[in-house]
Design a protein around this ligand. Structure first.
Ligand SMILES: [Zn+2]
Length: 294
């Protein structure tokens, strides 16, 4: 059985020592700290503009939905008082059987306009909330702060200044939760990797967790890049690359091609003749019955 993939030319590869790995992650954290700092500075310099941008978006969303809101107001009043919003007559409960019952004005044929009909059930307000859901991103992009101001710092700025969460206000779920989702996904995938590591230890002679590799390839323009293999297992005659993914959509050929090429390079350099395998470990495999995947 041989492994099929599109090879990438590797010019150099080197497995990171624990110290090199630590240094690399520290440099990532420093870079992240730097980005947060930049983001806070940019917010600080543009406070007034960001406040204006907030209100502009807030009213834009109301404007987009003014017909829905007006109509909902009327429908709700009619439903509560059982009074026609056109002629003021009392509404009559109508149940034909087979249709859902409703309240209607008996003057509906008099030609003076649209008399009220309202459902038996309490009316619901449906809003166009696309802009509200991604309000933080919209504000950064619309005002030229893409890449400078980050959603998390912007959110903190608005909350600290006493503004309402636009997403919570219009869409009913908090932005904070949404900002935290990414953190949870990361945490979750780490614990899944741990679990896979424990499972694989039962199957293979050795298993390495998060193997760091510095490499240079035809695509890195003469510079070193880093990659981290989730799990690398090996037996007497085969080496296995295992990549953990949350679901099938996350698999990607570019990564697979790179990891296989780098690993072949390393085996070759060490005159290791073992075969190589590559396998994805999927946490939530595709479920055709899932309502969320269409
Ligand atoms: Zn009427």
């Amino acid at each position: 059985m041989s492994l099929h993939f599109d090879p990438v030319a590797i010019f150099d590869a080197h497995i990171l020592s624990e110290q090199e790995k630590k240094d690399y992650f520290q440099s990532l954290r420093d870079r992240n700290k730097y980005k947060i700092q930049k983001s806070i500075e940019a917010i600080d310099k543009n406070k007034e503009l960001l406040v204006d941008a907030y209100w502009k978006l807030y009213y834009d969303i109301q404007d987009d939905n003014k017909d829905q809101i007006r109509n909902y107001g009327k429908q709700h009043r009619a439903w509560e008082d059982k009074i026609c919003q056109l002629c003021g007559s009392k509404l009559k409960y109508i149940d034909y059987g087979g249709y859902s019952p409703f309240w209607g004005c008996l003057n509906y044929k008099d030609g003076s306009g649209k008399h009220t009909t309202v459902s038996d059930r309490e009316p619901t307000l449906y809003l166009d909330i696309k802009k509200a859901v991604s309000w933080l991103t919209n504000i950064t992009i619309d005002n030229g702060f893409k890449g400078t101001i980050r959603a998390t710092e912007l959110y903190n700025f608005y909350m600290d200044s006493g503004f309402e969460d636009i997403r919570l206000f219009y869409a009913g779920n908090s932005s904070e939760k949404y900002l935290n989702i990414y953190r949870d996904v990361k945490k979750n995938s780490n614990s899944y990797e741990r679990k896979c590591y424990d499972d694989l230890k039962q199957k293979h002679d050795t298993v390495l967790f998060q193997l760091g590799i510095r490499y240079e390839s035809e695509h890195t323009g003469g510079k070193s890049r880093y990659c981290f293999l989730d799990l690398l297992a090996s037996d007497k005659d085969r080496v296995y690359i295992y990549e953990c993914k949350t679901n099938d959509h996350d698999t990607n050929d570019t990564q697979r091609n790179l990891y296989c090429s780098v690993m072949y390079y390393l085996l070759h350099v060490h005159q290791d003749e073992r075969d190589l395998s590559f396998e994805y470990l999927i946490q939530k495999p595709y479920d055709p019955n899932s309502p969320f995947i269409k």
